[in-house]
Design a binder for this molecule. Structure first.
Ligand code: TYD
Ligand code: MG
Length: 459
């Protein structure tokens, strides 16, 4: 019997080493190396008879048209770059309870209306899936359910049934019996994905694979999983909020950072066509210290309200708390307000949050945050029909933001009439008055007119 070869692999990043290491040389994590059996190399048999591949001029390569499959949900189609590409592998990651199984069962129903679809559950029994399906009113006869964790059986079923699409829920629950390591281990996850991929590419089956995420937020198992698949989507959302965000972080067939928005209801997930409404509070009933910005996720603009509160501190060093925005950028904005605009904030606690808990990581939100803080400090209202856009530099200058016109058009759709934007060539948008500013102070005067003299004297 041949000697079994093993190697050690980092469970955090997937790096390999012939010997055990206490600390991973690649990612720096401690105690992450586990022993893995090296699976025998797969011999490609089909290639032998054909002539070796030759390089061709790009003009000679015939353009393959992807006939994308409609997932039945526009929000998902957009995130995928226009629909599901036949034979592609899509990994859907998310925390437990995010709604991955719900989403994919609903998608399976829509797909099964067009062609045979297999829903494989490694975590729930067929009866449990059926119970959920009944609740979601999933009834298509072309939807096949299989509750199995042995990957060899799953692969056989895929080859026999030849569905156009198959859903694997989840990759951590299936295992190859030829390998000794436990389901969910690095080598199992990697080998199972590779085996599924081979069958999927050969039979032209599109696979949607669920992957659990670790507490650090990465899809459990190795990073190699993300390299293997064509598209990686993350399904996220606060458990206390009903909406769920679907983001693409990798896509071989479309742009990344696209965003899809769903709402979890008693009858499953429902698409949200106009998500900007979610991130705005009632504009007629506003407090001081709020400003509206337009963030851009991929090609999708989202109107988001930011709220700030400054109040005298009772600590030796004041508190700074951020929800949904970047902490370091917030500190930077506070420093600019203090030094360049003359707002004394060092004895004040400062809190900032985005409405609805939407995460905004863009510099384009800087000016809006700055004005929200300034408005809270002055206890004044920013006009509720004004949006504010601009990156703030350390010198107090307002820098341009990408995709300005796209953002402004979204604001107009929601009834905004005025926008404070970085000075420069400004687009003509009917119904919107644009005010170009080059410094934070100018923006402050435009947004809160009465504070102008006061602020100037502080500089
Ligand atoms: P689930 O899809 O099982 O999440 P995941 O597969 O990502 O772990 O379920 C997510 C949550 O959604 C679960 O706590 C119950 C809730 N839910 C609803 O609110 N409405 C519904 O119609 C369904 C099916 C689930
Ligand atoms: Mg699930």
């Amino acid at each position: 019997m041949p000697k079994i070869k093993t190697l050690f692999q980092c469970t955090n990043c997937g790096a390999e080493s012939p010997r055990w290491l206490g600390r991973c040389a690649d990612c720096g994590e401690w105690n992450t190396y586990v022993e893995q059996i090296v699976a025998p190399a797969h011999q490609p048999t089909s290639r032998k008879s054909t002539s070796p591949a030759q390089a061709r001029s790009i003009t000679q390569v015939s353009q393959e048209k992807y006939e994308r499959l409609d997932s039945g949900y526009n929000e998902l189609n957009r995130v995928l770059g226009g629909g599901i590409v036949p034979g592609s592998l899509v990994l859907v990651g998310g925390e437990p309870g995010a709604g991955k199984s719900t989403l994919l069962l609903q998608v399976a129903q829509k797909l099964a209306q067009q062609h045979p679809t297999l829903y494989l559950s490694g975590e729930e029994s067929v009866q449990q899936v059926k119970l959920r399906a009944d609740r979601l009113q999933v009834t298509s006869p072309e939807l096949y359910l299989l509750a199995e964790t042995d990957l060899e059986i799953i692969l056989r079923e895929l080859e026999q049934l030849k569905p156009r699409t198959a859903i694997i829920d989840s990759i951590q629950s299936v295992y190859l019996p030829t390998m000794t390591s436990a389901p969910g281990s690095v080598s199992q996850v990697r080998e199972c994905t590779a085996a599924l991929m081979r069958v999927a590419k050969r039979e032209g089956i599109s696979l949607l694979i669920v992957g659990h995420v670790t507490k650090e937020g990465a899809i459990a198992g190795p990073k190699v999983l993300e390299h293997l698949v064509d598209t990686v989507l993350y399904f996220e959302g606060d458990r206390f909020q009903s909406y769920r965000l679907l983001r693409s972080v990798k896509n071989r067939f479309g742009a990344t950072h696209e965003l899809g928005v769903f709402e979890m209801t008693g009858a499953g997930l429902v698409e949200v066509d106009n998500p900007s409404q979610l991130f705005l509070s009632n504009r007629e009933d506003r407090n001081s210290g709020t400003a509206v910005i337009v963030s851009c996720e991929g090609t999708r603009p989202l109107v988001v309200e930011v709220q700030a509160l400054v109040s005298p501190t009772s600590y030796t060093s004041p508190r700074r708390t951020v929800t949904g925005l970047e902490y370091n950028r917030f500190l930077q904005i506070l420093a600019v307000l203090e030094k360049r605009v003359g707002i004394p904030l060092s004895k004040l606690d400062a809190y900032v949050s985005s409405v609805g808990g939407m995460t905004v990581n863009e510099p384009a939100a800087d000016l809006g945050v700055a004005l929200a803080v300034a408005a809270s400090f002055r206890d004044r209202l920013v006009d509720p029909y004004t949006v504010i856009l601009g990156e703030v530099g350390l010198g107090g200058q307002v820098r341009p933001v990408p995709q300005l016109e796209l953002r402004l058009r979204e604001a107009v759709k929601l009834g905004f009439t005025r926008a404070i934007v970085p000075r420069g060539t400004l687009p003509e948008i009917p119904g919107l008055t644009l005010i170009g500013v080059s410094r934070v102070l100018e923006a402050l005067i435009a947004a809160l007119p009465e504070t102008g003299d006061e602020a100037k004297s502080g500089q």
